[in-house]
Design a protein around this ligand. Structure first.
Ligand SMILES: [Zn+2]
Length: 257
């Protein structure tokens, strides 16, 4: 029998040890990877304790959702638990949106992924695009941005990345697309062809561009991630006070044969 991510979400919401045990083994490696990328590796235990709290929002969804949607939400939760550095020069979403208006959807994504602190080579791998092309797009975006702000510096977009990401995440509306549309495109099940209305929406909506980009990030994030070793999993179960029930006696006796 396969235990799904959705069942885990239900079990964690009901505070069942099997849900938490599965979460620890399979998702701590992803949290670790996220914290290493966003520069706060020391926060792992603190983040886990916060996620384990009963009011933790990521287990509240009652709808069956794809695992990658859950991971994208987990990413938001992990980032929300790490300190938000104040940029030297603030850049708001409206200014960035106005500057990047002439760009195509793919160009906007290549630029947005820079706010998520991925360099041209990493972004190229994520978007299946030559790093040189990403660099060219980013150079153009810098020129566009420079024309719109008073105080400009090279790293302006990445420095404001977390703030821009938060602004985009909270800016959605009723026409915004569900994760499934983005995942279907990333998996090659569909393209924008025949979905021009949707494409036009995404082109103008930074909430959707952020959502789409976070899905691209998830696809890359889960590549090659292995579950925790039994010893490590036991350490984190202890941290959260999760006690697994022993299998029934007959099972243990059977196992000995
Ligand atoms: Zn939208």
């Amino acid at each position: 029998m396969i235990y799904t991510c959705y069942e885990m979400v239900q079990d964690c919401r009901a505070n069942k040890p099997e849900g938490w045990s599965y979460f620890i083994s399979n998702y701590v490696p992803l949290i670790r990877k996220l914290l290493a990328h966003y520069g706060d590796s020391a926060a792992l235990e603190r983040v886990l304790v916060a996620i384990h709290k009963p009011e933790s929002s990521i287990f509240q969804s009652l709808e069956p959702a794809p695992e990658r949607w859950f991971i994208a939400e987990l990413r938001q939760k992990v980032l929300a638990e790490t300190p938000l550095p104040a940029p030297e020069f603030a850049l708001d979403l409206e200014t960035a949106a106005a500057a990047f208006e002439p760009l195509t959807l793919v160009e906007k994504q290549a630029v947005w992924i820079q706010t998520m602190h991925y360099d041209a080579a990493e972004t190229g791998a994520m978007m299946r695009m030559a790093p040189k092309t990403v660099e060219k797009i980013r150079e153009r975006s810098e020129e566009l941005l420079r024309g719109k702000v008073d105080a400009w510096r090279r790293n302006l977009l990445a420095e404001n990345g977390r703030h821009l990401g938060q602004a985009a995440a909270t800016s959605g509306g009723k026409d915004c697309l569900p994760a499934k549309v983005f995942l279907d495109i990333l998996d090659g099940r569909t393209t924008w062809r025949g979905r021009e209305t949707m494409e036009q929406h995404v082109l103008r909506c930074w909430h959707c561009i952020d959502h789409f980009s976070r899905m691209v990030e998830v696809v890359e994030l889960i590549r090659g991630v292995q579950p925790l070793s039994a010893g490590e999993a036991a350490h984190f179960r202890e941290l959260l006070g999760i006690e697994l029930a022993k299998p029934p006696l007959w099972k243990r006796l059977m196992g000995r044969r």
